[in-house]
Ligand binder design. Structure first.
Ligand code: SF4
Length: 317
């Protein structure tokens, strides 16, 4: 029995307040991306199985939804690649049986090369696959996939998925300076994207700690320029702007902060938005938790992130 499969709602740049659901344990993934927020994948896999049974996930999610929370999305994601859970179809159906909150699947897209996987996630309202490479060479540099996932199979899977899936596809491209940020590469991306026909294209760059230290973010102006090359469906993912609503600080604020930091490093604004409290209140608790050695501050790309002391953190883009 795995506890704490449900986390958040956390502020997500694409999904508003997103209630995250872990479908696989740390860190079951078909990729070993250089920009991963969790750290490195020890051994990539494409084996699908009920890593965490649907029944267990649905029971924890149902209980969490009985609390006074109002997420914008229930997001299947977490500590690896969620489509590796072979019960994902039952999980989506189960969620739909007890809530109207839309379901999003955050996937690296690699398993869409399998017809079964394409069918299994058709019940989701939004699918957010990644496409970080415009050719085989960049694919191996940035995603470092399992040996049985080729660039060709991956892009063919995404093209095939569009043909069977009626919901929204929001494609994410992670752009790293010196890896896939050339104008010529973006033009190659566009050729593939035109065939995949996503509803939205989201450009992201390194704004959080990454698995490899050599991953550099792309300056804002350059990202905007590259984005324009991809046409009107493309946008740079804006920082989360939702305002805090509550003035009161919950009694278990420290536990709530630790629970958020369990999932990924957060800025003060992330914590404030996620917990619905003002930043000037949150900072008092954050500072005392640093003094008590529970959490630490990281200086990344000119911003301050907080994380649990010495912890490797799961992924939630
Ligand atoms: S970023 Fe996602 S797909 Fe890439 S290694 Fe991390 S968990 Fe896997």
């Amino acid at each position: 029995m795995t506890d704490n499969l449900i986390y958040g709602p956390v502020p997500s740049r694409r999904l508003g307040f997103s209630l995250g659901v872990d479908l696989v344990p740390f860190k079951i993934c078909s990729y070993n991306c250089i920009y991963c927020q969790i750290g490195k994948t020890q051994q990539t896999t494409i084996e699908r199985k009920p890593y965490i049974p649907a029944e267990q996930i649905l029971s924890q999610l149902y209980s969490r939804l009985q609390e006074d929370i109002h997420p914008d999305f229930i997001t299947l994601a977490g500590s690896g690649e969620p489509t590796l859970n072979s019960e994902i179809s039952d999980i989506i159906k189960g969620i739909k049986s007890f809530t109207d909150v839309p379901v999003a699947v955050l996937t690296n897209g690699s398993l869409l090369m399998n017809e079964d996987v394409r069918t299994d996630i058709c019940g989701a309202d939004v699918v957010l696959p990644s496409l970080d490479a415009c050719d085989e060479n960049v694919f191996f540099k940035i995603n470092r996939p399992h040996p049985d996932v080729s660039f060709e199979k991956m892009v063919d899977g995404l093209i095939a998925f569009r043909k069977v899936y009626a919901g929204e596809i929001w494609l994410e491209i992670f752009i790293a300076e010196g890896i896939n940020a050339d104008e010529s590469m973006i033009r190659k991306f566009k050729q593939w994207i035109d065939r995949m026909s996503p509803d939205k294209i989201h450009l992201n760059t390194a704004v959080r700690p990454t698995a490899e230290s050599y991953v550099y973010s792309v300056p804002e102006e350059k990202l905007a320029y590259l984005c324009a090359l991809l046409g009107p469906k493309a946008e740079v993912i804006a920082p989360f702007k939702k305002k805090s609503k509550n003035e009161s600080v919950p009694a278990d604020i420290r536990d709530k902060i630790l629970s958020m930091l369990d999932r990924r490093p957060c800025t003060l604004e992330d914590i404030s938005s996620g917990l619905g409290c003002r930043q000037n209140e949150i900072i008092k608790y954050v500072e005392s938790m640093i003094a008590e050695n529970n959490i630490e501050a990281l200086h990344i790309h000119g911003e301050i992130f907080y994380q649990k002391k010495g912890q490797i953190i799961p992924n939630h883009r």
